[in-house]
Design a binder for this molecule. Structure first.
Ligand code: GTB
Length: 215
């Protein structure tokens, strides 16, 4: 049975690849796995058929041979554990790559999501101008630490891994704010991720769905 994932029928980002199906597509492309995509509307996401796959009514989901998964970290880990190219063979290196996956979603992504909320959804609130700089500084703190750790290494821990896939995906979300470019080490790291052929295929596939129609 082919792998099927779900994605936005139309992503609010208009094809910038920021919705989370892109990281799952990327992992599938790195692993060389074909997959189908079922597109869902915002309304359909909250209906029983989709809630049976995803308790929080979100995308993406992953279906394969009767297995249903949600949460991109879990989905990418599942793919990486079963197929080559995304996790090292050595047990310790593998554990460290998984630690970087968790660091991406649990340590780096939260302040970035807070920033997205502060900029996009709270920008019109009277207290926003006081809060936004605080949130931005929390993002900079994390990026400063990550940048110092990465230094002049190509990837976080040896060869490219699912840890890098998740970290690059998370960092892409901060780029529209301009803050990523304050950290040239991280901007270059993200660019290396984006240059991978598997990422390019994943990006093109979501763009084909989400690009605004030509006038
Ligand atoms: N922790 C979950 C995971 O990693 O899988 C989070 C899943 C999630 O947030 N899904 C979002 C969703 O379904 C889409 S990716 N939202 C609909 C809802 O909750 O009702 C988040 C996202 C949305 C839009 C943009 N964008 O337009 O730039 C970027 C990212």
């Amino acid at each position: 049975m082919p792998i099927t994932i779900t994605a936005f029928e139309r992503s609010p980002d208009g094809g910038k690849g920021l919705a989370r199906d892109t990281r799952v597509r990327w992992a599938l492309e790195e692993a060389g796995l074909p997959y189908d995509v079922r597109l869902v509307s915002f309304r359909a996401m909250k209906e029983p058929a989709h809630l049976a796959l995803h308790p929080f009514g979100q995308i993406p989901t992953y279906e394969e041979d009767g297995l249903v998964l949600f949460e991109t970290g879990a989905i990418v880990l599942y793919i990486a554990q079963r197929h080559g190219g995304l996790l090292p063979e050595d047990a310790n290196a593998r554990a460290r790559a998984v630690a970087w996956m968790f660091a991406a979603v649990n340590t780096v992504e939260p302040p970035i999501l807070e920033l997205v909320t502060a900029r996009i959804f709270e920008g019109d609130k009277p207290w926003s101008k006081d809060r936004l700089p605080l949130v931005e500084e929390r993002v900079r703190d994390r990026l400063r630490q990550l940048s110092a750790y990465l230094g002049d290494a190509e990837w976080l821990d040896g060869p490219f891994s699912a840890g890098d896939l998740m970290m690059v995906s998370v960092l892409l979300r901060v780029r529209p704010s301009g803050i990523l470019d304050e950290f040239p080490v991280l901007a270059a790291y993200v660019a290396r991720g984006e240059a991978r052929p598997a990422y390019q295929r994943a990006f093109a596939a979501q763009l084909a769905v989400n690009a605004p129609p030509h006038p």
